[in-house]
Ligand binder design. Structure first.
Ligand code: ZN
Length: 413
């Protein structure tokens, strides 16, 4: 989706404000000779920005307004190195709540609902985002925060919560607990608004069934307001993103080339009206695609497909970008194949080609040769690569409690 004239004008304003503020990016743009944008071509010349830049600017180097205008900060958890601090103005806080309110509305939630909020409150953007949107909508917020399952369930029953806000892992835990206690009939939940981590279809089905609720995926990240910048509609055909606040691009994570609608790649977001910490072309490292065409619900907001993984996990074979989640999905289509797999990629000098080798596990009842052919056929038709496939017995591949390494690239060796 090309940037619109209106969006371009907003970006131009943002850049001029950034430069005038003297913040971290004012230097970046001055050095790059950027003073504004007046065409889509100008826009595409603006360098991407990344979490590493935000860390360089720690703590408040990206602040683009005077201190007197900052009303709050949030911080993204620093799993590696310094955390990232994002300052918000009163308008930023209000804009975020407005987007979150829209998310609830798109999910069919009204001011009569009672919204049970289990994401954490504090430095990070989770709990407070769900809460501010809820209050803006006029619904009743039940600000639980995470943990203490007994109390969660008690409050859920006593207050007759109708909406559950949670991570998919916590929603699963609650669903299992409610199932174990046999108290499903006491639970009044109708909908779940779930933070967008990657989760399997099986997990989704279980939660929806056990809790008897409709599920909505909410998208967002601390650097760009927080959760609540997009949500899927009852049509379940992707997440609507609010293009009056944000401009979204999909890029090839390796080359940085902007990809046409429909093609999978990395999500890059530009804030159009953010004051405290405007970000132009921020690389999220989340993988998805923009869904072409209009949604059956009639809303005009562009749509992002379900997040399929992180660009850091991507690998490339024969010029085709591939992601572990795609491999999982294809293997899941073959009867009797487990979810464990291993991928080896090597370069064969003799034919000057990359070779991809997939090792998959199958249950004993399966004809291994046939399953291997089926996997080959699926990869050829869906991803346009023909792998070599080895099918082995269940529990042959190593298991790890931590994140298992599944992709081994031998081409650099
Ligand atoms: Zn829709």
């Amino acid at each position: 989706m090309k940037i619109s004239e209106e969006q371009l004008q907003l970006v131009d304003k943002q850049i001029k404000r950034i430069i005038a503020s003297g913040n971290y990016y004012s230097e970046v743009y001055k050095k790059a000779g950027i003073s504004g944008v007046s065409s889509p071509e100008d826009f595409e010349k603006i360098p991407f920005t990344d979490k590493a830049d935000l860390r360089n600017a720690y703590p408040l180097g990206i602040q683009a307004v005077p201190d007197s205008e900052v009303v709050r900060i949030h911080s993204s958890s620093g799993t590696t190195g310094k955390p990232v601090i994002i300052p918000y103005t009163a308008k930023d806080v209000d804009d975020w709540a407005e987007m979150f309110k829209r998310c609830y509305e798109i999910a069919g939630i009204t001011k009569k609902d009672r919204i049970h909020i289990t994401p954490g409150y504090g430095l990070w953007t989770a709990g407070i985002g769900f809460q501010a949107g809820c209050e803006k909508l006029g619904a009743m917020a039940i600000p639980m925060g995470p943990g203490n399952t007994d109390k969660q369930i008690q409050m859920m029953i006593d207050l007759e919560s109708t909406v559950l806000c949670a991570t998919s892992s916590y929603a699963l835990l609650l669903a299992e607990e409610i199932n174990k206690r046999g108290i499903k009939d006491k639970i009044k939940l109708k909908k779940g608004v779930i933070g967008s981590e990657r989760w399997s279809e099986a997990k989704r089905k279980y939660i929806a069934q056990e809790l008897g609720i409709e599920l909505y995926d909410i998208y967002g990240l601390t650097e760009i307001y927080g959760p609540g910048i997009g949500v899927n509609c009852p049509g379940q055909t992707g997440m609507h993103i609010f293009d009056d606040y944000l401009y979204t691009e999909i890029i090839d994570p390796v080359t940085g080339e902007v990809l046409p609608d429909g093609e999978p790649g990395e999500i890059v977001i530009t804030t159009l009206v953010k004051e405290g910490a405007p970000l132009i072309r921020f690389r999220t490292h989340d993988l998805s695609r923009l869904i072409p065409g209009e949604c059956s619900c009639g809303r005009k907001y562009p749509r992002l497909d379900t997040i399929s993984g992180r660009s850091d996990d991507m690998f490339k074979v024969h010029g085709v970008n591939m992601f572990p989640s795609q491999v999982e999905q294809l293997l899941g289509m073959v009867d009797g194949i487990s979810s464990e797999y291993k991928i080896d990629i090597a370069h064969d000098e003799s034919i000057n080609r990359d070779i991809i080798m997939i090792t998959a596990e199958a249950e004993g009842r399966v004809d291994f040769a046939k399953a291997g052919e089926e996997i080959k056929r699926l990869f050829k038709s869906r991803m346009n690569v023909t792998p070599k496939v080895a099918v082995v017995s269940l529990n042959t591949l190593p298991r790890s409690e931590k994140k298992t390494q599944r992709v081994f690239d031998h081409r650099e060796d």
